[in-house]
Design a protein around this ligand. Structure first.
Ligand SMILES: Cc1cc2nc3c(=O)[nH]c(=O)nc-3n(C[C@H](O)[C@H](O)[C@H](O)COP(=O)(O)OP(=O)(O)OC[C@H]3O[C@@H](n4cnc5c(N)ncnc54)[C@H](O)[C@@H]3O)c2cc1C
Length: 391
């Protein structure tokens, strides 16, 4: 099998890249190790930055998002049982975010790809990228019980944190920057209308909590729990009781309970692999970097990477110049490190470390007071949350 761009992974990065390349007249093949149902039901991100929304619309993949997504003009910070709203458009000159689940973004992109004839191979597991530093890289993969080879001009490693593409970069050239955290998120999906119409980020002496939503009738809620916690350790009653404690306010705000339909634990990690390019292999999305989910940046970074890559490949096709491809890693990493910084700041602002002292608690509250009382500090948060420029 032969194509111009071999794409490993049908997460948001791989699917959107295939879509953008198609728009630029560049053919590609997408290999995805899991089946379609798995990819379409994997619960993950839910917040799309303004730039991501604009890219999906321009790619012709925004129709259902515009119908069913929920535009959000702010978030609430909750601390010391008080509430402070961060007004995005007011602080950023009109920017906002969209609540539209990653599952739905993937479903829309898969539907477009299959309607237009693919190729998108599910249950096709890439085993290795070979010859990345030559003019003819290859992806060895297994599909329908048989091993096969995809011959390419370029390979895009969009296969997430646990994929194989990153392994093709020689260890002598790789630099890894990493931090793990001593806590994780216990996330639930519940069939109940969200108790607030915007996301609520709560800092509490017992730990962080987040109120989010998937639709007007489905709530997504998270609790900070110790790293290594199993979802089964928490009964539904315990989850609701702890959420109520952490969201409690002085003004009588109430959290509505409902049937919990899913419970899972997400570890927290910051990770960057440099460089994001080796020869004709380009890493994009979680394959190259991970952020803790507190800043809602992971999916949006993946989108930024593939926009940059698609633009660079189109430029090379039109002009014959590899200058944008040569700049790919550096261009992406500028944005990646801003997102790493913001995600780290939000995480340490709101979570309580197991060894936190009374001094650390006071500092967190002072940082939150600063955001609540200073337009400059509020603007800094709002600008980062609604997103850094794409590309
Ligand atoms: C609980 C949770 C909440 C989150 N919340 C947010 C949020 O609010 N906002 C935000 O922006 N981000 C959020 N994120 C992060 C976001 O989900 C990821 O950053 C995003 O999925 C990255 O997309 P990707 O396409 O790079 O990787 P992935 O979505 O991981 O896709 C990679 C794909 O590659 C496939 N694959 C792996 N190995 C192979 C192989 N060998 N061969 C073929 N295919 C392979 C995988 O099956 C997968 O489909 C959250 C993540 C979690 C876990």
């Amino acid at each position: 099998m032969r194509t111009t761009v071999g794409i490993i992974g049908a997460g948001p990065a791989g699917l959107l890249l295939a879509r953008l390349l198609r728009g630029a007249g560049i053919d590609s093949v997408v290999l995805e190790s899991r089946d379609r149902a798995h990819v379409e039901h994997r619960q993950r991100a839910g917040i799309l930055e303004q730039g991501t929304v604009d890219v999906l619309r321009a790619a012709g993949a925004g129709e259902r998002m515009d119908r069913e997504g929920l535009r959000h003009d702010g978030i609430e910070l909750r601390f010391a049982r008080r509430r402070h709203r961060v007004d995005f458009p007011g602080l950023t000159g009109g920017r906002s975010v969209m609540v539209y689940a990653q599952t739905e973004v993937c479903r829309d992109l898969i539907a477009l790809r299959t309607k237009e004839g693919g190729p998108l191979l599910f249950e096709a597991e890439a085993l290795a990228v070979e010859g990345a530093d030559t003019d003819a890289p290859r992806v060895r993969f297994r599909h329908a019980g048989r091993e096969d080879v995809l011959e390419c001009s370029y390979v895009a490693g969009c296969d997430g944190f646990w994929g194989v593409a990153r392994k093709a970069v020689p260890a002598s050239l790789s630099r890894v920057f990493e931090r793990t955290y001593p806590y994780a998120w216990l996330g639930i999906l519940a069939d109940v209308a969200p108790s607030h119409d915007e996301l609520v980020y709560a800092r509490h002496d017992r730990g962080f909590a987040l109120l989010s939503m998937r639709s007007p009738s489905v709530s997504r809620l998270y609790l900070q729990v110790p790293a290594g916690t199993e979802a089964g350790e928490w009964s539904d009653e315990d989850v609701w009781g702890e959420l109520e404690r952490r969201f409690e306010t002085t003004d009588g705000w109430r959290l509505e309970r409902g049937p919990i339909t899913q419970k899972s634990v997400t570890p927290m990690r910051s990770y960057v692999h440099e460089p994001m390019r080796y020869g004709r292999l380009f890493l994009a999305g979680d394959a190259a970097h991970i952020v803790p989910p507190t800043g809602a940046k992971g999916l949006n970074l993946a989108v930024g990477d593939v926009v940059t890559l698609a633009r660079a490949l189109a430029h090379e096709k039109e002009t014959g110049s590899p200058e944008l491809l040569d700049a790919y890693s550096e261009t992406c990493l500028r944005r990646v490190w801003q997102a790493e910084r913001f995600s780290y700041d939000m995480t340490t602002l709101l979570h309580r470390a197991p060894d936190a002292t009374a001094f650390d608690d006071r500092l967190q509250l002072a940082r939150l007071e600063r955001i609540a009382s200073s337009r400059a500090a509020g603007t800094d948060l709002a600008e980062a949350y609604t997103g850094f420029p794409v590309g």
